[in-house]
Design a protein around this ligand. Structure first.
Ligand code: AMP
Ligand code: GLY
Length: 431
């Protein structure tokens, strides 16, 4: 194995990318770090590349001209746009699937078809390209059901409808162009029940290396009330997952990678399985073609191993299970948001207290919606502002440290959920 330094370009601007950058920077082989676009926290250790992260040409040109050794793609949009294809064609290593494989996230219908061919358990479904036949079908099966825009809709294209009327409203919303092109095909699914669990896995297209389980909290308010958000908090591992369920989830992801392979598609990067642990075993809710946000912010701090080497191995087909190991510890991450999120909120509010929070044992604060003002002051720049993460030997300590750290950080409008991790404590019977 070579020990030469590798310059890295990381695409993205969220807490996920700050966690990825932090872990990559720990590698002895990490050279100069570049980000596009990055955020207020990432600029402390990386330089801005000043390119459009969704442009295959701009990213590939920059990588070639700057002598970048690895491009890491955080969000889904550049993957679906074919940025990984362009980077690889330019002869540069890339972490993230090519566009054909990223359809596992970019088209729910495509993902469902692959799952059917791979014999993977998922909710029963039908897809439609016109509103009338879709609405007729919904009336026939009746609510509850789940309505999904086929394409990327920034996490907003899923309507879990409890009544037929709600489902019909969702169908209309999709076909009326609310989600743009993403809603021109609509998938109607049966509603599954059970606790949710995310399983991220690294893969080089053949070998699959599962990472630790985690559980996101998607709703805005305590008790899973309020609208869906990009994630309000997360913990890892998920104690209620049985060994049998974990094996089933890993086998499902391996089957998908193998199925794609047999169809001539190499899936290399992170495969994110969103599962529901039903009474008939784990069933797939969705696949994402990238690391989860905020799941990454609790999974990576617990991971032992050189992430840079693992990413290179995903790209060149040499991934092996011994590249990753886990300590017997726990991580809890609480998202601090701007008041009003996921609706309207203000930005530009000065942020203080992060240094003090990070003095607490086991605490790391990942930046999401932050920026540096012209005079260098750290300010809020988005709905989800900071991911306050604590790692400890026990779940209780991780949770206490994360919340103690949240209290030390201040900005006008700071809002957060107070019950992140309660599901782990209450267990399965209370879900
Ligand atoms: P997705 O963006 O596909 O992860 O969906 C967002 C959320 O909708 C999931 O995390 C689940 O809580 C819920 N969801 C999606 N599909 C189903 C389903 N078939 N049954 C019940 N809930 C679902
Ligand atoms: N945590 C949900 C996602 O990354 O899509």
């Amino acid at each position: 194995m070579s020990d030469s330094k590798i310059d890295i370009l990381l695409l993205g601007a969220g807490g996920r990318e700050h966690a990825l950058l932090t872990k990559l920077a720990e590698s002895p082989r990490a050279g100069k770090l570049w980000v596009a676009p990055g955020n207020g926290g990432m600029y402390a250790i990386a330089e801005r590349a000043g390119i459009n992260q969704n442009s295959p040409v701009e990213v590939a040109d920059f990588a070639r001209k700057q002598g970048i050794g690895l491009v890491v793609i955080g969000p889904e949009a550049p993957l679906v746009e074919g940025v990984a294809d362009a980077v690889r064609s330019a002869g540069v290593a890339c972490f993230g699937p090519n566009a054909s494989a990223a359809r596992m996230e970019g088209s729910k219908k495509f993902a469902k078809q692959v799952m059917a061919r791979a014999g993977v358990p998922t909710a029963a479904w039908r897809s439609f390209t016109d509103e009338q036949s879709c609405a007729d079908y919904v009336k026939r099966i009746g609510g509850p059901c789940v309505v999904k825009a086929d394409g990327l809709a920034a996490g907003k294209g899923v309507i879990v409808a409890s009544t037929t009327d709600e489902a019909l409203d969702g169908v209309h919303e999709c076909f009326s162009g609310h989600f743009g092109e993403a809603g021109s095909t609509v998938v109607i699914e049966e509603t599954l029940e059970g606790p949710e669990c995310s399983l991220l896995a690294l893969t080089d297209g053949h070998t699959l290396v599962p990472l630790a389980t985690s559980q996101d909290h998607k709703r805005a308010l305590d008790g899973d009330k309020g609208p869906n958000t990009g994630g309000m908090g997360v913990y890892s591992p998920v104690p209620l997952v049985t060994d049998e369920e974990l094996s089933a989830m890993i086998a499902i992801e391996q089957r998908v990678v193998d199925e794609l392979n047999s169809e001539g598609i190499t899936y290399s990067g992170c495969l994110y399985g969103g599962f529901m642990l039903t009474k008939d075993g784990p069933k797939v809710l969705e696949f994402n073609a990238r690391f989860g946000d905020p799941e990454t912010q609790v999974v990576l701090p617990r991971m032992r191993g050189d992430l840079l080497e693992a990413f290179l191995a995903c790209d060149n087909g040499t991934l092996s299970p011994d590249m990753v190991s886990w300590d017997d510890d726990w991580a809890v991450s609480v998202v601090l948001t701007s008041a009003g999120y996921p609706g309207k909120y203000e930005t530009g509010k000065p942020i203080t207290g992060i240094e003090n929070a990070e003095k607490l044992e086991g605490v790391t604060v990942y930046h999401a919606g932050t920026a540096l003002s012209d005079d260098g002051q750290l300010v809020t720049a988005g709905g989800r502002v900071l991911d306050v993460t604590a790692v400890a030997d026990t779940f209780d300590d991780a949770r206490k440290q994360a919340y103690a750290a949240c209290d030390l950080i201040n900005f006008e409008g700071k809002t957060f959920r107070h019950d992140i991790g309660m599901k782990a404590i209450l267990g399965r019977q209370n879900l």
